[in-house]
Design a protein around this ligand. Structure first.
Ligand SMILES: *Cc1c(COP(=O)(O)O)cnc(C)c1O
Length: 386
């Protein structure tokens, strides 16, 4: 078993369950990327796996290596420091990064061969200054806003941005790209509208005699819109085994993250006792309760209180009362458990446990938010290669 602490991977000899532990199946990540890359390859596209936000809470460096093993040839991160972390780990694959604040280490990124997204002339000027400092031209991907209305140049400003980038000695324009707003709703009219605007942006480049690489598709589009693959697809969440369109046949993605803990205390409690803060649950009968030492500080949303189950002793059990900062209480009825027994909090769903999707459904959110929320400092990450 591999254990990850502060950026280094160590081989673990003990397999004892930690107090709070995310178990990351790197084999699942490679498998998922293989499935996505096979789709892309069939249409002549490469695969950029997005590992921003510490690999969606799974650990960016191990995830990136597993993704490259699965056939990804590009990596994507939001921030420059996330990309530099991959380079420091010895990863040489092309990396695109796209979200910046003033004072960002653009020169460091250029020196480390990290591709930079540019959405405006002002942004282009910053990159050009950094390229002079780094002593080499920057590889840039010009971003057009086709309707997400977040980052990217407005269509009205696009031709000017392209013209300036092409005329610059300090940048090497490599690609144009954009991001979809509604790809997780197949058939939504926004998708085709954005595709049309993307095509117009491409035609403007051709008018300058430039034939750039193009990329647009996130996970949802990679699963549903081969016509939008262009040269590179940019899946994130699907690489972690989470279906971006719940209910869609995803071809066999495997969720890579499980979250587990251990029983810290077992006790028999009489009927009529209030359990946990605020006594939102009262024992309806004499019952056995197990205390599990994980809570909202470990990523279990407090708003799940009274609405979820964990697997203990081979079957699902209700978590009763409030989720506390450090603890939850599990109702075992007339069954029992021992201190140290494993508690599976969520996972791929193969052992009767709930999934990140189940939690998201109960909470009115998306599984992205659940897994990203599990990367807390006191939660140990353990890597397995299943
Ligand atoms: C996060 C992100 C992706 C990946 O999105 P998923 O829905 O996780 O596939 C792709 N491109 C950009 C620009 C992103 O910010």
């Amino acid at each position: 078993m591999l254990c990850h602490h502060g950026g280094t991977m160590v081989l673990r000899t003990d397999t004892a369950t930690h107090r709070a532990e995310t178990l990351i199946d790197l084999g699942a990540i490679s498998h998922n990327v293989q499935l996505l890359a096979a789709r892309a390859t069939e249409h002549g596209a490469a695969t950029m796996v997005v590992v921003k936000a510490d690999g969606y809470g799974h650990g960016a460096v191990p995830v990136a290596k597993a993704a490259l093993r699965g056939g990804a040839t590009w990596l994507g991160t939001a921030a420059i420091d996330e990309a530099l972390q991959l380079r420091e780990a010895g990863i040489t694959a092309p990396i695109l990064t796209w979200l910046y604040v003033p004072g960002e280490d653009f020169a460091g990124a250029i020196a480390a061969d990290i591709d930079l997204a540019v959405s405006s002339i002002d942004g282009l000027r910053l990159v050009e200054a950094a390229a002079r400092q780094a002593g080499k031209p920057a590889r840039v991907h010009l971003k057009v806003d086709t309707g997400l209305t977040r980052n990217g140049a407005q269509p009205a400003d696009w031709a000017d941005l392209v013209k300036h980038a092409l005329a610059s000695d300090e940048v090497r324009p490599l690609a144009i790209w954009s991001h979809l707003a509604s790809a997780d709703e197949p058939g939504h009219e926004n998708i085709d509208l954005q595709a049309t605007r993307f095509d117009e942006a491409y035609r403007a480049c051709k008018e300058f005699g430039w034939n750039p690489l193009r990329h647009l598709a996130n996970s949802a589009a990679t699963l549903t819109r081969p016509d939008l693959y262009f040269d590179i697809v940019r899946p994130g969440v699907a690489a972690y085994g989470l279906n971006p369109i719940p209910g869609l046949d995803d071809g066999g993605l495997i969720p890579a993250m499980s979250f587990r803990s251990v029983v810290a205390l077992v006790k028999r409690v009489p009927a009529g006792e209030g359990v946990s803060y605020g006594h939102s649950w009262t024992t309806p009968r004499d019952t056995t309760l197990a205390l599990v030492p994980v809570g909202y500080a470990d990523g279990i949303p407090r708003s799940l209180s009274g609405r979820f189950q964990v697997v203990l002793g081979g079957r699902p059990r209700d978590v009763v009362g409030r989720v506390c900062m450090d603890q939850i209480v599990v109702d075992l009825g007339d069954d029992t458990a021992s201190i140290g027994d494993e508690v599976l909090v969520f996972g791929p769903g193969t052992q009767g446990e709930q999934t990140a999707q189940d939690w998201a459904d109960r909470l009115g959110t998306i599984h992205y938010e659940i897994v990203c929320g599990m990367g807390r400092s006191r939660v140990r990450r353990t890597y397995v290669d299943g």
